[in-house]
Design a protein around this ligand. Structure first.
Ligand SMILES: C[S@@+](CC[C@H](N)C(=O)[O-])C[C@H]1O[C@@H](n2cnc3c(N)ncnc32)[C@H](O)[C@@H]1O
Length: 312
């Protein structure tokens, strides 16, 4: 069964079947993701931008938090995702609060200093220079407004009941595939970004940076949506990491997740653990972003000098 057959990609490197995948993945973690938004303690009446909103799956949580007095602008570069978002929000109680527009994270279609909160979930993994993008988003916030970035981190994934050495080899193959992909000029992807977000926000010039880690644990018997999610990522890992895995590893790994008779997901000791990160920072327009590399300025004699943090 091919759950997430990664063949064609959209303009930011996402599989074209990603909307169905995103919906199922989101449903399987609904409890924790709802909590992530409640923990932000948004004020009623806030203006929130959902940056890289995809099919708008976070809109109901955001709408619940800000109420009918608030407003949400969902932006994305994918027209396909925006059409789905619009379709999903039709006939909902929050449809009058939300608007969807095609735009990039770095150039939001709003005035500077106008957003109470910019929220962005599962997008930072595709940003080649996250701190540069976050710094570009800061000025759109009101004074004291917050940027909240949520993302995954495959480094936190553990499947109890599956050979840990096999897991390590599969994850290493996946990581290597991501690095090779970027090195060969394909769209950027960092599925280990979650635990790096706090550093990126600080580098971008945000203050009062706070990280919240949400551990997502599911045990056998697994809910059907979570099982779909695990089968999907298990196949995705070996498809993409295939060149760096032995035939035995690929076969054994797929057996663990999809075998009809001896499937690890059916074992009573099976347990899946993963942590997702939500990092917030307050925009401080007086702070200069502090990037670690590739910041060149002209010296008085005309030759470029590389700025380090000490020099800033
Ligand atoms: C994995 S999806 C996440 C969608 C949604 N936030 C969620 O969590 O369900 C990533 C989305 O980010 C969008 N995206 C990626 N880079 C972007 C950019 N620079 N500006 C705007 N959207 C972007 C993609 O088109 C895609 O819809």
């Amino acid at each position: 069964m091919v759950v997430n057959n990664v063949v064609h990609v959209n303009e930011c490197g996402l599989p074209l079947n990603a909307i169905e995948w995103l919906v199922k993945h989101h449903q399987s973690k609904l409890k924790e993701r709802g909590q992530m938004i409640r923990d932000l303690r948004l004020e009623r009446g806030s203006f929130v931008v959902d940056a890289g909103c995809g099919p708008g799956l976070w809109t109901p949580f955001l709408a619940d938090a800000i109420g009918l007095e608030g407003s949400i602008l969902g932006i994305d570069i994918s027209t396909e995702a925006l059409i789905s978002a619009q379709r999903i929000s039709n006939n909902t109680w929050y449809r009058h609060l939300v608007q969807y527009k095609r735009a990039m994270l770095e150039q939001l279609p709003i005035e500077h200093g106008s957003a109470d909160l910019i929220f962005s979930a599962n997008v930072s993994q595709y940003l080649p220079e996250p701190a540069v993008t976050f710094a570009a988003m800061g000025p759109y916030l009101k004074r004291g407004g917050q940027l909240v970035i949520k993302d995954i981190d495959f480094g936190t994934m553990k499947f109890h009941g599956i050979d840990p050495m096999l897991q390590a080899r599969v994850l290493q193959a996946r990581e290597r595939w991501e690095m090779e992909r970027v090195a060969n000029g394909y769209a950027h992807e960092d599925s280990w970004v979650g635990s790096k977000l706090a550093g990126y926000l600080r580098d971008a010039g945000f203050k009062d940076v706070e990280e919240r880690a949400y551990k997502i644990v599911r045990e056998a018997p697994l809910p059907a949506d979570f099982r779909f999610y695990l089968e999907g990522i298990a196949e995705w890992f070996v498809c993409e990491g295939a060149p760096y895995l032995s035939h035995n590893d690929r076969t054994h790994w797929l057996q663990c997740f999809t075998d009809k008779t001896n499937n690890a997901l059916d074992h009573e000791n099976f347990r899946s653990e993963e942590t997702e990160f939500v990092v917030s920072g307050v925009w401080d327009s007086s702070t200069k972003p502090c990037f670690y590399a590739d910041m060149h300025v002209e010296s008085p004699h005309g030759e470029p000098i590389l700025l380090t943090n000490d020099a800033l």
